[in-house]
Design a protein around this ligand. Structure first.
Ligand code: C2E
Ligand code: MG
Ligand code: MG
Length: 783
């Protein structure tokens, strides 16, 4: 206000009474009347009518005698300051933050309505208090009570330093705790001396409750939390985050670079790509499963997800935050499931699906790369079904595991036993006792044959499972690149066909597939179907080949031989259908049919003029391994009122020598009193020296020896040695397949007791047998 405007106006005319507080005006008036000096802030009006705030200083002027002479009035325009102060006060009152001003003594000198509301106290009570702490107890985060001297306000009063973000809990009389986030600021006077403190509090009770809830949820879900300051590269995480990584706090610098190094090399790139994508477009979610290296060096799977939580005014991402979850267990389960889809549970070898997959790859490579070779070896354990049936499934399972182990060990890279060259080999169990070995990138068929040969050795060595020693050969069918079908299933099927050929050829060997086998396999399938109905349709019958005494030509017995008259094919040889009956599980029925027919025929012949001394029935390998064979034989003998000694059961040499179990069955039969004959002697593997170990009564010298006896010294000597040995052991001898009188004479000269062959008779149907008997020049009279 211009000074000259104030000159010459009345003492009080500066002040517009209506604009000012009545009290203030009355006071001023009274003071001036008494001639006192007065300093007052009042509202005045300018000439233009506008109100201004004046700081008016009335100073009495006195004469030398001390009498009142007048006033000097100094008026300063303080409108600006007053307005400022009013604004501040309005702000102070409207502030949602509680503000309390305290003097250096701690006495509360001012507070705003928010502070009153937050404390639940009246202004009077608050302003009388020496400190806030005396009104309500204050607690820390852990609910321990604050010592008055340790409250943020007290510390600032003492140290003159402002504090930020202090957490204080205020305990209300009802026990409720309200939480405050407290900032303090020291006050100083004009000289810079400490003059008090301003304390600002914000009620964070609700946020705190939310945070706690969130923390509980995060903790309960086992979530690690992380934050990343993009500008500085610093990261932070909760305790769980460190735990998930198995890290001791501080062991890895809390920088994004250091932590990125813990990510699996294969996952790092996709991870960085995902982060970058999310940073540039927040709509692209950042969520990923990745492997990280734990402190113990193991890789574990974690699920990370996060999002940008702070951006600059310009929208640039500043901070990302997120969670991470240990998903290792799920991942392991997933991989187990995946693996179990390709692994055989019992042996842990790859299964059929995995093998087919691999074969497909080889076929594709074979088409693309001339000169590349692979081979598929189909292995079948010749005696598995029997082991399973007779010794039980747990022994069977153990046997399969042992086979798998041998295969794996034998094929392991660097194992010289099977491995011949630098090609990769894989073994799989594709079902039952069927194993498949894939040889990848071999030089040619020879490699496959070498490996097959070695596998035959390796797998035919004795197994011991649960105290049982088990011997069996393996049959192997091989398909190599040259003959490979166009699809994996086809390759396996062909290898299976070749394996079947190996079985047909006598087992314990390997056979290379050739396409001609497919037709035979198809025929076998058809034949097998027909075989199933052959018994019911009455297509089976038994023929009898007489056995004679070489010394006098007398009737010495007969061998029952089975025949199948196939409606289209005519007579099918037992050499063809017996193996089929064995492999299809029909041998039990068929064997029983022959046994019963032979015994019945024997019984019916007994009512005739001549009594046959005995009847011989062939037993196949599968029959000999069927449990209950002895009981079945006994039943049949009883049914036809036969003495056990009148029945001869023929078994082949290789079969009888095979294992303890077969020998036990033979022993059982022997104990019944049944006679046992060793059929086809000379064709098997066991030597003469084994003869004494077998529980047999008769040795039948194979036709192949008899037919060569006259021309081959070796065969003749062998026959002679066999006969000597048999005589020594008290066994009877029969020469099979005698076709000529010379052969008969030689056999007799060599000491053989009996003979059988076309010279005497071809195998005859029952009705013709009687005619043969009647025509005999000399037969023994009935007993
Ligand atoms: P095997 O037990 O050695 O039977 C003798 C085979 O030689 C018979 O052939 C018989 O007909 C034949 N044979 C006999 N004398 C002569 C001869 O002088 N010259 C020639 N060339 N052959 C002669 P078959 O009947 O074809 O039987 C072949 C094999 O089939 C038998 O050999 C036997 O192991 C098996 N077999 C036959 N019937 C049965 C049966 O009912 N059960 C079982 N498990 N196997 C049987
Ligand atoms: Mg025989
Ligand atoms: Mg024979």
């Amino acid at each position: 206000m211009a000074q000259q405007q104030a000159v010459g106006v009345h003492l009080l005319s500066l002040v517009a009474p209506q604009d000012n507080d009545q009290q203030v005006m009355a006071n001023l008036s009274a003071q001036l009347d008494q001639g006192r000096s007065v300093k007052v802030e009042v509202m005045a009006r300018r000439h233009d009518g506008q109100g201004v705030w004046l700081d008016v200083d009335y100073q009495p002027v006195r004469a030398a005698d001390g009498s009142m002479d007048g006033y000097v009035i100094l008026a300063a325009d303080i409108t600006e300051q007053v307005n400022q102060g009013l604004k501040l006060r309005a702000l102070f009152n409207a502030l949602p933050t509680g503000v309390v001003v305290q003097a250096q003594s701690g006495a509360i000198v001012d507070c705003n309505p928010a502070a009153l509301e937050m404390s639940g106290l009246t202004r009077d009570i608050l302003l009388q208090a020496q400190s806030l702490a005396t009104l309500r107890p204050n607690v820390r985060d852990d609910l321990s009570e604050y010592a008055a001297a340790e409250l943020p306000t007290s510390r600032t009063l003492r140290d003159g330093v402002g504090l930020r973000g202090e957490s204080v809990g205020i305990v209300f009389p009802d026990g409720d705790v309200r939480w405050r986030m407290v900032n303090t600021e020291p006050l100083t006077d004009a000289q810079g001396r400490p003059a008090g403190v301003v304390t600002c509090s914000v009620d964070v009770t609700d946020q705190r409750a939310h945070q706690q809830l969130l923390a509980m949820a995060v903790d309960g879900a086992g979530l690690g939390t992380w934050q990343w300051d993009i500008a500085t590269g610093r990261i932070s995480g909760n305790e769980r985050m460190q735990k998930v990584f198995g890290l001791a706090p501080g062991s890895v610098p809390m920088t994004v670079d250091a932590w990125n190094q813990l990510i699996h090399p294969d996952d790092l790139e996709p991870w960085l790509r995902s982060v970058t994508a999310h940073l540039s477009d927040p709509l692209l979610p950042h969520r990923m499963e990745l492997r990280v290296r734990r402190a113990d060096g193991h890789w574990i799977w974690l699920l990370f997800s996060g999002a940008v939580v702070t951006r600059s005014a310009g929208g640039a991402p500043q901070r990302m935050a997120g969670v991470c979850l240990d998903v290792n267990a799920q991942k392991e389960l997933e991989s187990q499931l995946r693996q179990s889809a390709s692994t055989d549970v019992l042996t842990q070898l790859p299964n059929r699906a995995a093998m087919l997959d691999q074969i497909s790859r080889c076929i594709a490579r074979g088409t693309a790369q001339p000169g590349y070779h692979f081979a598929v070896l189909f292995l079948d354990f010749d005696r598995f079904k029997h082991v399973n049936d007779s010794l039980g499934h747990s022994v069977g399972d153990e046997l399969l595991q042992q086979i798998a182990t041998r295969l794996q060990d034998g094929l392991r890279p660097g194992d010289a036993f099977v491995r011949t060259s630098d090609f990769s080999q894989m073994a799989a169990r594709i079902g039952g006792d069927e194993f498949v070995v894939l040889l990848d990138d071999i030089r040619g068929d020879l490699d496959a044959e070498i490996v097959a040969g070695r596998l035959l050795d390796l797998l035919s060595q004795t197994y011991v499972a649960q105290g049982n020693s088990i011997n069996s050969s393996v049959s192997i069918g091989i398909v190599t690149t040259g003959q490979a079908a166009a699809d994996a299933e086809g390759v396996l099927r062909d290898a299976d066909i070749a394996m079947y050929e190996a079985k047909r050829a006598g087992r314990g060997r390997h056979v290379m597939f050739d396409p001609g086998m497919r037709k035979r396999a198809r025929d076998d399938v058809l034949l097998e179907n027909d075989l199933r109905q052959a018994l019911d349709k009455g297509e089976m019958f038994v023929v009898y080949q007489p056995v004679v005494d070489l010394a006098d030509g007398a009737w010495a017995g007969m061998e029952a031989l089975e025949r199948w008259r196939h409606p289209q094919r005519g007579l099918v040889s037992p050499v063809e259908f017996i193996p089929l009956a064995e492999s299809s599980g029909m041998i039990g029925q068929i064997g029983q049919f022959v046994l019963q027919a032979a015994c019945a025929e024997f019984a019916s012949l007994q009512s005739g003029q001549y009594v046959p001394p005995s009847v011989a029935v062939n037993l196949s390998r599968a029959q000999l391994r069927q449990p209950g064979l002895a009981a079945e034989v006994l039943d049949t003998l009883r049914a036809s009122a036969m003495a056990p000694s009148q029945l001869i059961l023929e078994v082949t040499e290789s079969l009888a020598a095979q294992d303890m179990l077969v020998q036990a069955t033979l022993q059982e039969l022997r104990e019944l009193g049944v006679m046992l004959a060793l059929d086809d002697f000379g064709t098997g593997y066991s030597s003469l020296s084994c003869l004494h170990e077998l529980p047999v009564n008769t040795v039948k010298i194979d036709r192949s020896f008899v037919s060569r006896a006259q021309t081959s010294d070796y065969h003749r000597v062998m026959i002679e040695a066999t006969i000597r040995m048999a005589q020594t052991l008290g066994l009877a001898t029969v020469a099979e397949g005698i076709e000529t009188a010379q052969q008969a004479a030689l056999m007799q000269a060599l000491g053989c007791g009996k003979g059988q062959g076309y010279l005497y008779s071809k195998p005859l149907p029952a009705d013709q047998l009687q005619a043969w008997i009647n025509a005999l020049p000399s037969v023994r009279p009935a007993a």
